[in-house]
Ligand binder design. Structure first.
Ligand code: IMP
Length: 423
């Protein structure tokens, strides 16, 4: 019995999709446990480019059952679109299981998300993906949400849908929210329901039984630690628990079932959306990382904010996640640099600290303290073992391990599935 959890230890976009795909080679089941189609997991296989938003990246390895568990918020229309995209590329999606307990993102959730973002002023903007994620989790928390399992009973589902849709129009339209065309929206959701009902399952049982039967289960996190609703840079966060603790509530697996935690860490930092980002670079160095790393959102296409690796933040998130092994991604993006900086402490006023401030206003005031390391100035993209890495690249990786207090388990030196090696 073994269960691995994989999470991002920064602000998302660490390259989790690719590492999940690599780890799926040894897995018997892959499970998404939180978030929704705000995520964008990119995987490259022999020049073919896949971007997945909801379906676990494990789907790209034939024969591995994929589960969308109870902690996920699911837009039924978008899920069907993603299934169709995969089918058109000859990927078998027939085995996908969708939790009866997951909450559905309904059309009004997307309108509320857009209304709130568009009408928010200044630092009240979060920079959400406008996929309805926050409003869907709000409905879950205020106990008015619609769960996947309700789709089985058409009459009950339709009544709940119409009641909530009409309540949205009554409440939001007078405030300036877009009016929802209830009939058109229902038609679209109804069509998606037809496709999804056969996939509904009590995934809590599926996952626990698989684990009890000795299947190696891989739990796929989305976003990253600093977007966690509790542990992130609140309020500039997403609305779910992106850290490893969320994997238990999001699947129904008990904490003791988890045997291993993988933290995915990009060799530098990026962030999309608003909120403090201590090591952000506003100069040509930041531009270099963005263009070299292709740092544009896989979901929204927004340019990502880029900066040096923040070891203070990563040490904190490795602690919260209980990371056993790090998977370091995009090392090759740094190949051409003469010098590389790592943030090892923060200055706040006349104090220097090595701990991560719990309040976002303090984080916004910190000045990063950098350590400078020599670059390796040679291509790493074809390297497939630790000993062949340039010595300066080895030193950089060892320093990351030391500063975060974690072991390195995987290094990735390019986008393809094969440009990865175990350490
Ligand atoms: P939401 O999840 O759409 O509500 O957006 C909340 C914040 O999380 C925004 O700053 C988004 O840019 C960020 N976010 C959500 N999903 C991702 C992701 O997959 N990668 C990076 N940032 C994300």
């Amino acid at each position: 019995m073994s269960v691995s959890v994989l999470v991002g230890v920064q602000w998302g976009d660490e390259g989790k999709g690719k590492i999940i795909d690599v780890l799926t080679k040894d897995a018997g089941m892959v499970v998404r446990f939180q978030g929704g189609n705000n995520a964008g997991h990119t995987v490259e296989i022999n020049g073919q480019h896949f971007v997945l938003h909801l379906i676990p990246s494990g789907i790209l390895r034939p024969g591995v059952p994929c589960v969308i568990a109870n902690g996920v918020v699911v837009d039924p229309v978008e899920l069907v679109k993603e299934m169709n995209m995969l089918k058109s590329r000859d990927i078998d999606v027939s085995g996908i299981q969708l939790s009866t307990r997951c909450h559905l993102i309904m059309p009004w959730h997307k309108l509320i998300d857009a209304f709130k973002e568009d009408s928010a002023k200044g630092d009240k903007k979060i920079g959400t993906t406008k996929r309805g994620i926050g409003p869907a989790y709000s409905s879950k928390a205020d106990r008015t949400g619609i769960r996947g399992g309700e789709m089985r009973d058409l009459a009950r589902f339709e009544k709940h849908f119409r009641d909530n849709a009409e309540a949205y129009n009554r409440e939001y339209v007078p405030m300036g929210g877009a009016e929802l065309d209830v009939e058109a929206a229902w038609k679209e959701v109804l069509a998606a329901r037809e496709v999804l009902v056969p996939h509904l399952a009590d995934t809590v049982v599926t996952i626990n039984e698989a684990n009890a039967n000795g299947v190696h289960v891989l739990l796929e996190g989305a976003q990253g630690a600093f977007l966690d609703i509790d542990h992130g840079t609140y309020p500039y966060v997403t609305s779910s628990n992106t850290t490893s603790g969320g994997a238990c509530t999001g699947t129904g697996l008990p904490p003791r079932a988890i045997t291993e935690v993988w933290g995915v860490l990009k060799a530098y930092s990026t962030r999309v959306g608003e909120g403090p980002f201590p090591t952000e670079l506003f100069d040509e160095q930041g531009e270099f990382l963005r263009s070299q790393g292709g740092e544009f959102g896989a979901t929204t296409g927004r340019p990502r904010r880029c900066g040096w690796l923040d070891a203070v933040a990563c040490r904190h998130s490795c602690m919260v996640n209980g990371v056993d092994f790090l998977a370091i991604t995009k090392l090759d993006v740094l190949d051409k640099l003469k010098e590389i900086k790592i943030c090892t402490a923060y200055k706040i006023g006349d104090k220097t600290v090595t701990t991560f401030p719990e309040d976002v206003c303090d984080l916004a005031r910190v000045e990063p303290v950098y350590e400078t390391m020599p670059g390796w100035e040679t291509s790493t993209t074809g390297i497939l073992d630790w000993n062949s890495l340039p010595v300066n690249a080895q030193k950089y990786l060892k320093r990351i391990a030391e500063l975060t207090g974690s072991k390195i388990g995987i290094v990735s030196v390019g986008p393809d599935r094969n440009q990865t090696f175990r350490v």
